[in-house]
Design a protein around this ligand. Structure first.
Ligand SMILES: NC(=O)c1ccc[n+]([C@@H]2O[C@H](COP(=O)([O-])OP(=O)(O)OC[C@H]3O[C@@H](n4cnc5c(N)ncnc54)[C@H](O)[C@@H]3O)[C@@H](O)[C@H]2O)c1
Length: 260
C-alpha cells in the first residue's frame, strides 16, 4: 500500500501516452511529480500543466537515468514512487538490426535495473519505496510482429518479480503494469499486427493510470487494465500448446490481412 498524497514521484516517458496519464493522475491524487521525457518540450508541457518539474533526457541510458534521479532528488528531496515507464516498440523479427535489439534491451529492461540500482540503497535504509515498471501484456504473453519488444518486456516482468521477491520484506513495493493495446502514439505505429491483435480491445491511457492508482492503494503487484490478460496468462501456463495454437491462428490472420 503506497500513499500517493504528498509523495515525491518520477515518471519516465511522462511527456505523452501512458506516462502522461500516470503523471496527471498521481498529481491529481496529491503527488509532487517530476516528468521525464526524451522530448524535453513534451516533459515541460506536462510538468507546467500539473505544477510539476520537467527533467528532459534519455531514460534508456545509464547516464540519463543517473542524471534524472539526481535532478529529481534535488527537486523532491526523496523519491517515494518511481514509475519506470518509457519504452520502445522498435524492431520486428530476428532480422531486426543488432543496434535496435540493443536499444530495446536498454530502454525496456536496463532502464529498470539502473533506476533500482540508484534508488534501492535509500529505500532500504528508510524501509520503504515504490517501484512501478511499465512492462506490457507482451511481457506476460507475446506480441506478434515484435520480437525485441516481447523479449525485453518479458525481461522487464522477470526483473519486477525478482525485485519484489527479494526486497518486499525490507519495505519495497513493486508494481508491474501489463496492458494490451492502449490508444497512444505507440499503438498507432504498431502496424498490421497491432491492428489485428490490439485495436478492438484498446483502452485509453487514463484507464491504465486509474488501474495503477487502485493497485498503489491495495499493494497488488500486477496492474492489469485488460482483465482478460489474466485468462490468457493462465492458459499460457496451464495449456501452453493450446495458447501457442491460438497465437499461430492470429499470426495467419495478420499475414492474410497484410496480403490484402
Ligand atoms: N500503447 C500500448 O499499446 C502499450 C501497451 C502495453 C505497454 N505499453 C508500454 O507503455 C509505456 C508507454 O508507452 P506509450 O504507449 O505511452 O508510448 P508513447 O509513444 O505514446 O509515449 C511514450 C513517451 O515516452 C517517451 N520516450 C520514449 N523513449 C524514451 C526514453 N528513452 N527516455 C525518456 N522518454 C522516452 C516518448 O517521447 C513519449 O513521450 C511503454 O513502456 C510501452 O512499452 C504500451
Amino acid at each position: 500500500m503506497t500513499t500517493v498524497n504528498g509523495a515525491g514521484v518520477v515518471v519516465t516517458g511522462g511527456g505523452g501516452g501512458i506516462g502522461r496519464a500516470i503523471a496527471r493522475r498521481l498529481s491529481a491524487d496529491g503527488a509532487r511529480v517530476v516528468v521525464n521525457d526524451l522530448d524535453a518540450g513534451a516533459a515541460a508541457t506536462v510538468a507546467a500543466e500539473i505544477d510539476g518539474f520537467a527533467a528532459g533526457g534519455d531514460a534508456g541510458t545509464e547516464q540519463g537515468v543517473r542524471d534524472l534521479i539526481t535532478a529529481a532528488e534535488g527537486h523532491l528531496g526523496e523519491i517515494d514512487i518511481y514509475c519506470s515507464n518509457a519504452g520502445t516498440a522498435a524492431g520486428t523479427g530476428p532480422d531486426t538490426a543488432e543496434d535496435a535489439w540493443q536499444r530495446a534491451w536498454e530502454v525496456n529492461t536496463m532502464a529498470h535495473v539502473r533506476a533500482s540500482r540508484a534508488l534501492l540503497p535509500g529505500w532500504l535504509a528508510r524501509g520503504r519505496g515504490t517501484f512501478v515498471i511499465t512492462a506490457s501484456a507482451a511481457g506476460l504473453l507475446t506480441m506478434l510482429g515484435a520480437a525485441p519488444y516481447s523479449v525485453t518486456k518479458h525481461a522487464a516482468v522477470a526483473y519486477a518479480e525478482w525485485l519484489a521477491a527479494t526486497y518486499a520484506h525490507r519495505g519495497l513495493t513493486v508494481h508491474c503494469v501489463c496492458p494490451q493495446g492502449v490508444r497512444t502514439s505507440m499503438l498507432a505505429a504498431s502496424g498490421q499486427a497491432g491492428r489485428v491483435v490490439l485495436t478492438d480491445s484498446a483502452i485509453e491511457p487514463e484507464q491504465v493510470a486509474d488501474e495503477l492508482a487502485d493497485r498503489l492503494a491495495d499493494g497488488r503487484f500486477l496492474v492489469l487494465p485488460h482483465p482478460e490478460v489474466l485468462d490468457y496468462y493462465r492458459m499460457r501456463a496451464t495449456d501452453t500448446d493450446r495458447w501457442l495454437r491460438g497465437m499461430s491462428r492470429l499470426q495467419r490472420r495478420i499475414e492474410a490481412e497484410e496480403a490484402g
